[in-house]
Design a protein around this ligand. Sequence first.
Ligand SMILES: N[C@@H](CCC(=O)N[C@@H](CS)C(=O)NCC(=O)O)C(=O)O
Length: 222
Amino acid sequence: MPITLYYYPASPGPRFVLATAKAIGVDIDVKLVDLLAKEHLKEEYLKINPEHTIPALDDNGFIIWDSHAIATYLVSQYGKDDSLYPKEPKKRARVDQRLYFEATTLFPRFKAVAFPLLFLGKNEVEPDKKTAIYEALGLLEKYLEPTGWVAGEGATLADIACAATASSLLASGVDFTAFPRTRNWLERCNREIPGFEETNAEGAKQIGQVLSSRLPPNALGL
Ligand SMILES: N[C@@H](CCC(=O)N[C@@H](CS)C(=O)NCC(=O)O)C(=O)O
């Protein structure tokens, strides 16, 4: 039986999961949940995920949501090796810490800007929310300093998670001039993480276009 991913291409989390599945060679059926049409709030989807967030995964009746929980499950269950999510406790702790950074800082700051534009009819960005995005990117820039990767010597799930969100910010007009390592790393993710560009680039472009269409020119730039 196939594994089903409830998915919306413009959202970073579903792209993170799809890129992970691609990188470890797991076949996934994608079921589109159109956020802009509010399909995530319908009874049918609330039965799958009462938190009404995308993505969620159904692996033959095992239902789990939150992109980080899904991606770590997929690698633990189906990965051929542990390079994306190391088993060694200290290496894993570093990857987990950076996954939680994405889950609790980088992505929520993006969502704090995107949600009002997408769902509340807003056409502006509050200055403190914009500042918070630049602060989060400053942290990511620091994390990349030792090795050029987010959480260790090579690409891990933390890179895929952070890159799905950072590429969305770049496509939405955030100014990356002060974050040269982050820009280089995004290009490296596209080149070196198998399947990443293929599963991520188009959706990042889509969210960038939707957000830009709701904002005055250069609203997220400096
Ligand atoms: N921590 C969650 C966040 C998921 C999330 O907030 N997804 C957004 C789309 S990018 C969503 O579903 N928004 C609709 C809602 O919150 O009702 C994850 O990583 O899966």
